[in-house]
Design a protein around this ligand. Structure first.
Ligand SMILES: Nc1ncnc2c1ncn2[C@@H]1O[C@H](COP(=O)(O)OP(=O)(O)OP(=O)(O)O)[C@@H](O)[C@H]1O
Length: 367
């Protein structure tokens, strides 16, 4: 549904309002295609297509740096720069971008942890930084790199504390806990102190904690970071079901394009605090003129594989790297290689997001 972008427009306010989508997803727009300005939060929760409303939001940090014995220099860091987008109720949106792009800062403003330096922000009609406690009843938050669980307590004790903090009625708490325990496979872990859990177990524990009070929105900051393939699959499967069955709105940040591919119909790319792309993942591949890479381990050293449109970009002994168009089927290519070459192993590498963004800029510069 969303195809528009704030582009590199930025601070003059031209980005984010005109609802145009450049053919390749680049250009200026507000994400959800509203071209006639923003709802005033009018309905109790901002309306279905603007459940989350972000209008030219900025965040500037003041940083002090020691430059001498008694001297300090003050510097401003513009972490988020006039970002505008909307998220509809029940949407699942992924947010990607290089390190330091402003993703976490955006999520923190949406939870009310940080106050924007400028712009307008509403979640379910609520201004997060002004009514953080009221909003807390309606949102769940998971920070992949930090836990909200009590480190030294058994997992179940954290949940009991959450029940009190959120004043969750008994029956609801039971039902939600049972469901999370079953689907996230936490049964054998409830009595284990959090510090003894593996990263994947802890992450599942954190996701359950964020859902005990039935939030309408779930923010996930790097929910699969550091997880092995099996744990990633469990977390993704759970989130997909949650969204399909409960209609929970999900906004997640990630460095893993597979999270986006498997979960989100829409992706937002943030770079240097600006929204540079907002649309489907397929459009991002096109915008970046992108290719995926198949890493092929042959049983022995052989001349470069010849299977157009794939082309060999690197060879190291029996290992060869083949670049192929992102919209081509990897399965088909794998089948063709397996039929013609002695194959020992292979893996598909998704494009590096920084390279995608770099290419998007390069294309925009020459267009
Ligand atoms: N509390 C803070 N004080 C000063 N600068 C900050 C603060 N928080 C973030 N920043 C700066 O704001 C910018 C954006 O940071 P942010 O954490 O939002 O990026 P990110 O896209 O989430 O990155 P990553 O993918 O590495 O988590 C960075 O330059 C960061 O150093």
């Amino acid at each position: 549904m969303a195809t528009a972008v704030n582009g590199r427009g930025g601070r003059d306010g031209t980005g984010g309002r005109d609802g145009k989508s450049g053919g390749n997803g680049m250009g200026h727009g507000n994400g959800m295609g509203g071209s006639d300005g923003w709802a005033d939060g009018g309905g109790a929760d901002g309306g279905d297509d603007g459940f989350i409303e972000v209008d030219r939001v900025e965040k500037v940090f003041e940083v002090r740096r020691r430059t001498g014995f008694l001297r300090r220099e003050r510097r401003q860091v513009r972490a988020v720069d006039a970002i505008s987008f909307r998220v509809a109720r029940g949407e699942m949106v992924g947010c990607i971008g290089p390190n330091g792009a402003g993703k976490s800062t955006t999520i923190k403003m949406l939870t009310g942890i940080l106050t924007p330096s400028g712009g307008r922000l509403r979640v379910a009609g609520i201004d997060p930084s002004r009514e953080r406690t009221r909003l807390a009843q309606r949102i769940g938050v998971v920070f992949g790199q930090r836990t909200t669980l009590w480190w030294d307590l058994p997992l179940i004790d954290s949940y009991r504390l959450m029940r009190r903090m959120y004043r969750i009625p008994d029956a609801r708490y039971r039902a939600n806990l049972d469901r999370c325990v079953e689907l996230l496979e936490l049964g054998g872990l409830l009595d284990v102190p959090v510090r003894q859990l593996s990263l994947g177990q802890r992450m599942r524990g954190d996701i359950a904690a964020a859902l005990l009070h039935d939030p309408e929105v779930l923010y996930l900051d790097e929910p699969t970071i550091g997880l092995d393939v099996v744990s990633k699959a469990k977390v993704r499967g759970f989130l997909r079901d949650l969204n399909a069955e409960r209609g929970t709105t999900v906004l997640l940040t990630t460095h893993d394009l597979q999270d986006i591919e498997q979960l989100c119909s829409r992706v937002m790319v943030i770079d240097h605090g600006r929204l540079v792309y907002d649309g489907p993942l397929a459009g991002l591949h096109q915008a970046g003129g992108n290719e995926r890479t198949l890493v092929v381990d042959l049983e022995r050293e052989l001349p470069p594989i010849e299977l157009p449109p794939a082309r060999v970009v690197r060879v190291e002994g029996p290992r060869q790297w083949l670049a192929f168009p992102a919209d081509e089927s990897a399965a088909e290519l794998v089948a063709r290689i397996a039929a013609a070459y002695p194959l020992a192993d292979l893996s598909v590498r998704e494009p590096d997001i920084e390279a995608v963004i770099g290419r998007m800029y390069a294309e925009k510069a020459v267009s």
